[in-house]
Design a protein around this ligand. Structure first.
Ligand code: NAP
Length: 463
């Protein structure tokens, strides 16, 4: 029997586990899916916005995989720390597939970034998604009228939308109660999303972009002159050469530019060719504005500075300029790419494939693509692993890794892995919380956002 540990229970980890047990080349593969958190599903639970119910419903299919008899979910198991170094994990399994994503946000590297009120979009997402590591965060929105979101990817679109939406619309979602309460106190009137390049170079997808124009009572503002700086916007002939998603994005923006600003309530402004160069603070040490240099297309897909500046007033700035990989300690890492060096998913140490170590998902290819992109990515990695399986399976293992994991966790930090029934108990507790809060007629589940309550729930057996 080939025993494999998959580290990370987000889409890439679950797809890797599924591919491993469903293939027919190597019979009898058993997989343990480990996660640092007591809850599975990675960014589908802690990254996909709470109002994107359809994408969130993917949890159902990930769940079916994790309930397969040949797979065990073991939450609250941190790999790479003192309790369970990566080398020890490799002793317990024939192979380990790291699917740990890209957890850290990137900085802008400009003066003023440390001012109060300048935060990362990832922290904001983690907070409203109920990630237990974000339980200590607070995003008081009662003193915020204008917010600036830096970046033009789907995360920027998500946080812009959540800031613009009313709490009443979000009440039926599983958003944790403290975050919903802060949104209910919000005085945000204007959210400005800024891109350093042009509208044809936005990284957002069209469905997500268009959704901004469907929010009740929210007007969309664009500047036609700014949009027209983009040769592909100004000239439909040039647009024909663009990828379909960029063409559709331009259509959406053209429609909004033609309509002019609407909506009586909050507004979302989509600005382009603005590069933040400094965050300006007030006497209270809080952000008051973002100074941006206007840019212009350089004809090669990039931009050049124009030496002209514009200050955008803001009491909250969210930088949303991409994620960065953070490998478990003990794995090699390429800091420039932000990924673990690999060849077709085999981890490379000093340029050579390291026996039994693999990567899939964002830690392998960087933070790009949609959830489905992880399927072929995981398949490639599993295919490499299966080619190596003959040699890997020759090593005799010390026994059932779960026994050792229980012992390792207990010894080092008084930890216990949360097994599938423990997760089901968390699910039940979140359903109960939803019923008790009664935030909407359907009173769906509401997330438990802190470590102690999550762990306590996981230890409370349900009938
Ligand atoms: P992203 O798609 O890589 O976008 C990052 C944005 O930040 C780009 O517009 C980039 O501009 C800008 N940027 C980078 N450095 C900057 C700087 N120093 N100053 C100003 N702007 C800067 O990253 P993301 O939005 O974090 O998304 C990560 C992945 O998750 C993507 O694959 C995304 O599609 C996916 N995702 C999907 C969904 C969904 O499907 N609903 C939701 C959330 C996330 P340049 O292009 O000029 O570099």
């Amino acid at each position: 029997m080939l025993r494999v540990a998959v580290v990370g229970s987000g889409p890439s980890g679950v797809y890797a586990a599924q591919t491993l047990v469903e293939q027919r080349e190597v019979p009898g593969v058993r997989v343990d899916v480990l996660d640092r958190l007591p809850a599975p599903y990675g960014l589908v639970r802690y990254g996909v916005a709470p109002d994107h119910e359809k994408i969130k419903s993917l949890q159902g299919s990930l769940r079916t995989v994790l309930e397969d008899d040949r797979i065990r979910f073991l939450g609250h198991v941190e790999v790479g720390g003192a309790a369970l170094p990566t080398a020890r994990l490799l002793e317990l399994y024939h192979a380990v597939v790291y699917c740990v994503g890209a957890a850290r946000d990137r900085m802008l590297g400009i003066p003023g970034e440390e001012l109060a009120g300048v935060r990362s979009a990832t922290a904001f997402v983690s907070w409203y998604s109920g990630h237990p590591d974000a339980a200590g965060e607070s995003f008081g929105l009662g003193g915020v009228e204008s917010a600036v979101v830096v970046g033009a990817g789907n995360v920027a679109v998500d946080v812009t939308r959540i800031l613009a939406r009313g709490a009443a619309e979000l009440a039926p979602t599983d958003m944790p109660q403290p975050a919903l309460g802060a949104l209910a106190d919000s005085r945000v009137r204007a959210v400005t999303m800024i891109a350093r390049r042009g509208p044809s170079q936005g990284r957002f997808t069209t469905k997500e972009l268009r959704e901004l124009g469907t929010l009740p009572g929210v007007g969309i503002r664009t500047d036609p002159a700014e949009l027209a700086l983009d040769p592909a916007y100004a000239d439909p002939g040039a647009a024909a050469a663009l990828p379909a998603v960029a063409r559709r994005n331009l259509e959406a923006l053209r429609g909004w530019a033609a309509e002019g600003p609407g909506g009586q309530g909050r507004s979302i402004a989509l600005r382009f060719y603005l590069r933040p160069v400094e965050i300006l603070g007030g006497p209270d040490g809080r952000v008051r504005a973002v100074r941006c240099e206007r840019t212009a297309p350089d004809g090669r897909g990039g931009v050049t500075g124009t030496g002209r500046y514009e200050d955008l007033a803001a009491q909250l700035v969210l930088r949303s300029v991409g994620y960065q990989g953070v490998p478990p300690e003990g794995l090699p890492f390429d800091p420039v790419r932000g990924t673990v060096p690999h060849a077709a998913g085999r981890v490379l140490r000093a340029g050579r494939a390291s026996a039994g170590e693999y990567v899939a998902g964002w830690i392998k290819r960087g933070p790009s693509g949609v959830i489905g992109t992880n399927r072929p990515c995981a398949k490639e990695t599993v295919s490499s692993l299966l080619q190596d399986a003959g040699a890997l399976a020759r090593r005799e293992l010390p026994g059932d890794p779960l026994d050792a994991l229980r012992a390792a966790g207990l010894r080092a930090a008084g930890l216990r892995p949360v097994e599938w029934p423990g997760w089901l108990a968390v699910e039940a507790a979140e359903a109960e919380l939803g019923r008790a809060l009664h935030r909407s007629p359907a009173h769906g589940p509401v997330k438990i956002p802190d470590w102690p309550t999550l762990l306590a729930a996981s230890r409370t057996p349900r009938p």
